[in-house]
Design a protein around this ligand. Structure first.
Ligand code: SF4
Length: 413
């Protein structure tokens, strides 16, 4: 249904798909092949990336989608539906059932509960500022981790579904930093179109499971590298690395020489929840609808900064293996690590668990305190694995909705 390109690489923690499921990945770029050579020489795998981008069309009756034509920035939305996104995939499919209604320009302000403690629906503020109520047999929260926590905290004094006190706690993001290298062997290479899909065609998955199990690393869990390197719009993304000099003809000559000679390694790693990273209602500030907003507290622990230090050093090793040099200084990891929230992978604020004492939901996203209230976003994560969270959120949401539908059919909800 999603359409993912990639290959079955047979690697640990990198599940293979059934035959015929994965779409053929695009051909690697020259820069990616170089990185693969450098990585492999150091015993590091580099395999076709998995991205939710079609390389053959999908003929869904409600959401027909075309194969990628490699020319446009996916992050701004894919008009032909090649990149999987709700506006061209899930929403048209849902509307196709005839059972979905979308209310736009509406801001949900709270979940309403009845005398028996169950959810009866939600209240929202419309475009004109008026309040409306939608009655529901069950309420599913999928507003993204922080907004779902905010809704729970705004729904009752002390927070709805918050007997554990965990709503808003355990907030996590993905760790991140970038290391860029200049590779002389890539200078003055012939020009051609290297656009491809917006994201990488190859990537470097986490590989040090055995070393970690043997206690050889000074941080838990792992990270992967998203790799960058191509002819792109000059000045957007990778540049000339500060190598250019002078003005006029010599500046133009330098630009031609250095353009396309840089590689980038983007570290994305796992964060372990800690008690210093959480969100709560701001006691004063409200949004334009009069709804209290969140305020955030954040601290990376040594787990994350040591992981980033390892990722930076290994990227440097790969760049030097290719005869290149790191562009700019390698900052201390405490400065190089992206600030919390920057990678926009917020999860954990309504975590699932085995006990109502220390978690907000059960393992199917049902809140312990409100039987017909289910969380279907990244709030239920207990840790933030280094793999980007969206597709795990989808898989869990699907599973949780199957359970909710089953309970509704049995008359339990
Ligand atoms: S490059 Fe991205 S936006 Fe353009 S067609 Fe392919 S998936 Fe869609």
């Amino acid at each position: 249904m999603i359409g993912v390109y990639g290959t079955n690489a047979g690697l640990e923690n990198h599940p293979d798909s059934s035959p015929g499921i994965l779409h053929t990945p695009p051909k690697p770029r020259v820069t990616e092949l170089m990185i693969k050579a450098g990585a492999n020489a150091l015993g590091i795998p580099c395999v076709p990336a998995r991205y939710a981008v079609l390389t053959k069309p999908i003929d869904d009756p409600h959401a027909p989608r075309q194969a990628c034509f490699y020319a446009t920035p996916c992050g701004r939305g894919c008009a032909i539906g090649a990149a999987f996104q709700s506006t061209t995939s899930l929403l048209p499919m849902a509307m196709g059932t005839g059972k979905a209604r979308i209310v736009t320009n509406a801001m949900v302000s709270r979940i309403v509960t009845g005398a028996d403690g169950k959810a009866t629906g939600v209240e929202y503020v419309g475009k004109d500022g008026t309040r409306h109520f939608v009655k529901a047999r069950a309420v599913v929260l999928a507003a993204s981790a922080c907004e779902s926590a905010r809704l729970l905290l705004n729904s009752r004094d002390g927070g709805l579904a918050n007997s554990s006190g965990q709503v808003g706690k355990n907030l996590m993001d993905t760790t991140g930093t970038n290391v860029t290298g200049h590779i002389p062997a890539l200078e003055n290479r012939p020009r051609y179109n290297e656009d491809g899909a917006e994201m990488a065609h190859l990537y470097i998955p986490w590989w040090l499971y055995k070393e970690q199990a043997a206690g050889k690393l000074d941080f838990p869990r792992g990270y992967h590298y998203e790799i960058v390197g191509r002819f792109g719009q000059p000045g957007a993304g990778l540049g000339l690395g500060g190598n250019e000099d002078g003005y006029g003809a010599s500046l133009k000559e330098d630009a031609r020489r250095y353009y396309g000679a840089q590689l980038g390694f983007t570290v994305r790693g796992e964060m372990i929840p800690n008690s210093n990273s959480y969100c709560e209602l701001d006691p004063q500030m409200k949004d334009k609808f009069g709804i209290p907003v969140l305020r955030f507290h954040w601290k990376w622990s040594d787990h994350e900064t040591r992981q980033i230090a390892h990722g930076m050093q290994t990227a440097k090793d790969m760049i030097e293996r290719l005869g290149g040099k790191v562009v700019g200084p390698l900052l201390p990891p405490e400065q190089a690590i992206a600030v919390g929230g920057w990678i926009i992978h917020e999860v954990g604020t309504t975590r699932m668990g085995a006990s109502a004492a220390d978690s907000v939901t059960d393992s199917f996203g049902r809140t312990w305190d409100v039987d017909n209230l289910v969380v279907a976003d990244g709030g239920v994560f207990t840790t933030n694995a280094h793999k980007n969270p969206t597709l795990t959120i989808m898989a869990l949401a699907w599973r949780n909705m199957d359970r909710l539908a089953d309970r509704m059919r049995k008359g339990e909800v």
